[in-house]
Design a protein around this ligand. Structure first.
Ligand code: ADP
Length: 181
């Protein structure tokens, strides 16, 4: 299942199977692995990833760090720390936007042409997915516009409900049936 504009693609699938220059991980602030997509990425990349993450000293919420991708079909992994949803009045929207911005910037600085994102913060961290999807699509569109190297971004949704939310956000922004950005 896919929906696409020229530069943003929404797919349903497993991000560890995506071929992209950069795979984004929804990490926690220790960067030492966890459940959900973080666990899947560490499992697929292999133990060398944890060794490299141990040298980084963690990462604050809203920021990103980059590592090699080891056994993943990617060049780099950008680890970003999404906000925990605390009801919406604790800066969650801005922190989530900062995740996408900082991840796109790091990817672009490393000459990536393609980047794949999971749905940051909408699993264990409880961010409402429709709201997260609108923020994600807006920030990805803005980031691609100013990037020097990035050409395309893929939102990799792990399930039908998440896919529907990102599909709706993309359609809302560009109109159903439009295929250009
Ligand atoms: P967070 O703590 O940021 O909420 P989670 O990993 O709990 O992170 O969830 C973020 C999103 O990643 C959820 O939509 C979850 O279903 C999804 N997810 C889990 N495993 C994978 C995977 N292998 N590929 C893509 N998305 C995944």
């Amino acid at each position: 299942m896919t929906l696409q504009t020229d530069r943003i693609l929404v797919v349903q699938g497993d991000i560890t199977r995506q071929h992209a220059d950069v795979i984004v991980n929804a990490a926690n602030s220790t960067l030492l692995g966890g459940g959900g997509v973080d666990g899947a990425i560490h499992h697929a990349a292999g133990p060398e990833l944890l060794q490299e993450c141990q040298t980084l000293g963690g990462c604050p919420t809203g920021q990103s760090r980059i590592t090699r991708a080891y056994r993943l079909p990617a060049k780099w992994i950008v680890h970003t720390v999404g906000p925990v949803w605390l009801g919406g009045n604790r800066g969650e929207d801005e922190l989530l936007a900062a995740c996408y911005r900082s991840a796109l910037l790091l990817a672009d600085q490393h000459q990536a042409k393609t980047v794949a994102f999971p749905s940051i913060s909408t699993g264990a961290y409880g961010f409402p997915v429709e709201r997260a999807a609108q923020i994600a699509i807006a920030e990805i569109a803005a980031g691609l516009e100013t990037a020097r190297n990035l050409e395309r971004a893929t939102m990799v949704c792990f399930g039908a409900a998440t896919f529907a939310a990102y599909q709706a956000a993309l359609e809302q922004r560009w109109g159903a049936g439009r295929r250009e950005m």
